[in-house]
Design a protein around this ligand. Structure first.
Ligand code: PLP
Length: 413
C-alpha cells in the first residue's frame, strides 16, 4: 500500500549536516565550547559564536509597517521595485546587452528548483559539478530528473575538458542541456572561475548549441562574499551567448543579507531573444503561483531599501565580515599549506574543503576527527570546513591538528 504517488523516492532525507551539528552541540554541552571545534554550520557567525544578523538589514526590517509585512506581494513574479533592483544588484557595473526578466523566488533554492523542474522534462539529465551543494541532486530526484556530474578541478584549475566531455555526452543524448555552474565562491570548495575560464565555457556552449538548446544555471548564492574586487565582471562574458544559449542566474538574499529565514531570492533570466525570455518568465510565474504563490512582501521591500537608500551602511557592515572570512580562510589555508594538508583550490567564500583520495578514506578521517572533537561535514571526496561560522581562534592550529589525525588514519589502514 502507498498513499504517495508511484514515481517518488520515499527514502528519508539523510540530513548528515544536521546530525553532525547535533553531535557537535552535544560535545560542547559536555566538554565546554573551548574543547570543541564546530566547523559544521553553513551560516555566517561572528567571533562571539552567534549568528550574524546585520543591523543594516534588520534595523530597517523592524521599521517596516506591520501592514506591509501583512500584505501579499504585488504579483506572483515579485514586486516591481524588487525585480528591478535584483537586476541592478546582480549585474552591478556590467552592461548586459541581453533580454532579461527577474522572478522572485523562495530563496536561491526556489530559483534552482524551478529551473530544474521547468527546463528539463522528466527522465532527462541535469549536469552538476562532482563536488556540489547536496540540494541539486535532491531537487533533481524530486522532479524525476537524472543527474550526471563533471570533474570540477584539473589541478588548481577548472576542469574544462571534463566539463566539455560531460556536457557533450548529455547533449548528444537528449539534444538539450541544463548545466549548473556554482560560481563565484563555489560551495563547498571556495573556488571562483577566472574570466578566461568563463570565456572558454561560453565559447564551448555556443558551439555545442548547434545540437540543441543550452541553459546555464549559474548559482551565485555566495557572490557577495567574494574577496576579488569585481566578482561580477564575468557576467559581461554572457553577452557573447548566442541565440540558443540562455543563462538563469539563481540569486539568494539569504547569504547576501544574512536573512536565511526570510526566504527571498530570485531567478534572473538572460538571453538574446526577448520572446524566449518571456516564455520562461510565463512558465516560472505559473510555477511560482502553483508552489509558493508569492514571496514575503516585506522581505522584498527590505532588500530594495537596504541595497539602495541603505546601501552604504550595508556594504560597510558586510565588508567587515568579508574581511573576517578572508582572515579565517587565510589562517586555515596557510597552515594547511605549511603542514601539507591538501585542500581543493580555495579563492573565496564560506567554506574550505580538505581533499580526500576517496570516500572510504574520507569516512574514516571524518570519524577520527570527531573522536578528537573536530566536527566537519562530509562532501564527495572531501571534508568541508565551515570557516563562515568558525571563530579565528578556532581556525588557528586546526589544519595542523587535522593533518596529524589524517596521518594516523593513513597509518592505521
Ligand atoms: N546555492 C547554494 C550553493 C547554497 O549553498 C545555498 C544554501 O545553502 C543556496 C543555493 C540556497 O540558499 P537559500 O535557499 O537559503 O537562498
Amino acid at each position: 500500500m502507498a498513499f504517495v504517488k508511484k514515481q517518488v523516492d520515499v527514502t528519508p532525507i539523510e540530513d548528515t549536516v544536521f546530525a553532525i551539528v547535533k553531535l557537535a552541540k552535544q560535545a560542547i554541552m559536555e566538554k565546554g565550547d573551548d574543547a570543541v571545534v564546530n566547523a559544521t554550520i553553513g551560516s555566517l557567525y561572528g567571533e562571539d559564536g552567534r549568528i550574524v544578523a546585520y543591523d543594516s538589514v534588520f534595523g530597517p526590517y523592524d521599521r517596516i509597517k506591520k501592514e506591509v509585512k501583512a500584505a501579499y506581494a504585488a504579483s506572483f513574479t515579485g514586486n516591481e521595485s524588487y525585480r528591478k533592483q535584483v537586476y541592478e544588484w546582480v549585474c552591478g557595473d556590467n552592461k548586459l546587452h541581453l533580454a532579461h526578466s527577474v522572478i522572485a523566488t523562495a530563496g536561491g533554492s526556489g530559483a534552482v528548483s524551478i529551473a530544474i523542474n521547468e527546463m528539463l522534462d522528466e527522465g532527462q539529465t541535469l549536469v552538476i559539478p562532482k563536488i556540489a551543494w547536496g540540494s541539486y541532486a535532491l531537487m533533481a530526484s524530486m522532479h524525476n530528473v537524472v543527474v550526471t556530474s563533471y570533474e570540477l578541478f584539473d589541478g588548481d584549475r577548472f576542469h574544462l575538458r571534463d566539463f566539455e566531455r560531460v556536457c557533450r555526452e548529455v547533449m548528444e543524448k537528449q539534444h538539450k542541456l541544463l548545466v549548473v555552474i556554482n560560481d563565484p565562491c563555489h560551495n563547498p570548495t571556495g573556488y571562483s572561475m577566472s574570466m578566461a575560464e568563463w570565456k572558454q565555457v561560453i565559447g564551448f556552449l555556443n558551439e555545442l548549441s548547434v545540437l540543441g538548446d543550452v541553459v546555464i544555471l549559474n548559482d551565485v548564492a555566495y557572490i557577495d562574499y567574494a574577496y576579488q574586487k569585481d566578482a561580477r565582471a564575468y557576467l559581461s562574458v554572457l553577452n557573447e551567448m548566442n541565440a540558443h544559449v540562455m543563462c538563469i542566474v539563481a540569486f539568494s538574499c539569504s547569504k547576501t543579507l544574512t536573512s536565511y529565514g526570510l526566504r527571498c531570492g530570485a531567478a534572473l533570466l538572460l538571453a538574446k531573444d526577448a520572446a524566449q525570455v518571456r516564455e520562461v518568465e510565463i512558465v516560472f510565474e505559473k510555477m511560482a503561483r502553483s508552489l509558493w504563490s508569492n514571496i514575503p512582501n516585506a522581505a522584498m521591500e527590505n532588500f530594495t531599501y537596504v541595497t539602495t537608500i541603505g546601501k552604504d551602511s550595508f556594504l560597510q557592515e558586510k565588508q567587515e565580515y568579508v574581511e573576517l572570512l578572508r582572515k579565517r580562510s587565510a589562517c586555515f589555508i596557510e597552515e594547511a599549506e605549511a603542514c601539507a594538508l591538501p585542500c581543493y583550490p580555495y579563492k573565496e567564500g564560506f567554506f574550505v574543503t580538505v581533499k580526500m583520495p576517496d570516500n572510504q578514506t574520507r569516512d574514516r578521517f571524518h570519524e577520527a576527527l570527531m573522536k578528537q572533537d573536530i566536527y566537519t561535514v562530509k562532501v564527495n571526496t572531501g571534508i568541508r570546513v565551515a570557516i563562515c561560522s568558525l571563530p579565528l581562534k578556532k581556525c588557528e592550529g586546526l589544519a595542523e591538528r587535522m593533518k596529524e589525525i589524517y596521518v594516523q588514519v593513513e597509518a592505521e589502514r
